[in-house]
Unconditional design. Structure first.
Length: 414
């Protein structure tokens, strides 16, 4: 696993069945959105009550809301849960995400009541580039699905204008599919996972799950991701799974819907991965040791401080921030008996830097480098692999089976 990526071994294909415990007979707005769309169709986000073309809206007491334009029941005959292609927002709804949500409907196709459990976004197109009211999603005459903001700026596109698209539909498994005249898919959301897997959705070699920056921040986190390798083994799923999500703390969790709404039912890698294996277990610059989080120390010198003394897992920050403008005053501080949070991906190593001193010098000459991590090459400590992370996550002491390495962090000279 690279210093900046969390690569966990998953199933080549993850298959899970949604739990539909407890029927919710809704008394909300009566509507049933279509399951498919033809070419030359567009949808605009409108909040005006007098707009006759305004999309049906589901709003919940937690402040989440969705404007729905495609809808597909998960079961036949229709039951309580439906997938919906929608524009998602949270109060005060000034920014919107285009995605696939799980919403609640009763067997007659009514919308969920506003006091029902919150909807869940399981796929999204424009994380990190939310759009505003009056943004438009267009399914063009050439078969391209295009999202533009209110000013006409291009936000996202399927780039399918030259593959003979004939139509679009939302499947019962929550897959948004653009198909050709032979009814064969030419683009599908399942091929572009975000942070979530739904029942029947594959995660194969080359695909990634990438978390949001936080539970409320839809910015894409580039800190780490989950992928599979060619030698991956199958992950057996239980019948009560409803979706799997990679969250901002690096944990892969299983959620199901039941009588009390959405609940986390399993931390999938619990018992297989040590706490110290997670990239944010102690936050940036934090040092994990026996379940406790501290800041790096160099003898009596203090270069780092806790972000919050009462919540040490939030990590540490340099007492004096470093910047490219202060490069002449940068220095490297060795951290004895400390290593990085988990595995090292050899593909991320800098091939031209095979000795420790060269690795350190390269970090000092690169203003974006936060630390020099040198992985020793077996018994030969004179050679190894060099990694120069631009963002430093959790460090560790005395965690089982850690690779032998040296860690030096960049600080400002005292």
């Amino acid at each position: 696993m690279p210093p900046s990526n969390l690569c966990l071994l998953l199933a080549t294909v993850v298959t899970c069945l949604l739990a539909l415990a407890g029927r919710m007979h809704a008394q909300g707005i009566r509507f049933q959105a279509p399951k498919s769309a033809n070419l030359s169709t567009s949808w605009t986000i409108s909040l005006r009550a007098d707009d006759s073309h305004r999309l049906p809206s589901l709003t919940y007491v937690d402040g989440t809301s969705a404007r729905v334009f495609l809808q597909q029941s998960i079961e036949d005959p229709p039951q309580d849960l439906s997938f919906a292609a929608c524009f998602y927002c949270t109060t005060p709804c000034t920014a919107f995400l285009f995605g696939i949500c799980i919403v609640f409907t009763d067997y007659e196709g009514y919308s969920s009541p506003i006091d029902g459990p919150s909807l869940q976004v399981v796929w999204s197109a424009n994380r990190g580039r939310l759009v505003r009211e009056n943004a438009t999603l267009s399914f063009t005459t050439t078969g391209n699905l295009v999202l533009r903001d209110i000013d006409g700026g291009l936000i996202w596109s399927t780039d399918t204008s030259e593959v003979f698209v004939a139509g679009m539909n939302l499947t019962r498994s929550g897959n948004l599919v653009l198909f050709n005249h032979k009814n064969m898919p030419v683009w599908q959301s399942f091929d572009h996972p975000t942070d979530t897997l739904v029942p029947g959705q594959p995660l194969v070699e080359g695909m990634r799950l990438t978390p949001n920056a936080s539970a409320t921040n839809w910015t894409i986190s580039n800190q780490f991701y989950v992928t599979v390798r060619a030698d991956a083994t199958n992950l057996t799923s239980a019948q009560d799974m409803s979706y799997i999500r990679l969250e901002s703390d690096g944990h892969l969790r299983l959620y199901q819907f039941g009588l009390v709404g959405w609940q986390m039912v399993q931390d999938i890698l619990e018992g297989q991965v040590d706490d110290c294996a997670y990239p944010t277990v102690c936050g940036e610059y934090g040092v994990w040791m026996s379940g406790q989080c501290t800041c790096p120390m160099d003898g009596n010198a203090t270069y780092f401080k806790q972000i919050d003394d009462h919540r040490t897992n939030l990590g540490c920050t340099p007492v004096t921030p470093i910047s490219c403008a202060s490069m002449p005053d940068h220095q490297l501080v060795p951290l004895s008996n400390i290593s990085y949070f988990n595995y090292i991906d050899r593909k991320a190593a800098l091939p031209q830097l095979i000795d420790e001193e060269s690795c350190k010098k390269a970090c000092l000459s690169n203003c974006s480098c936060k630390a020099a991590l040198f992985q020793y090459g077996g018994n030969d400590t004179s050679k190894g692999s060099c990694y120069l992370p631009t963002q430093l996550f959790s460090l560790q002491i005395d965690c089982n089976k850690r690779p032998q390495m040296s860690v030096v962090v960049k600080v400002l000279k005292a």
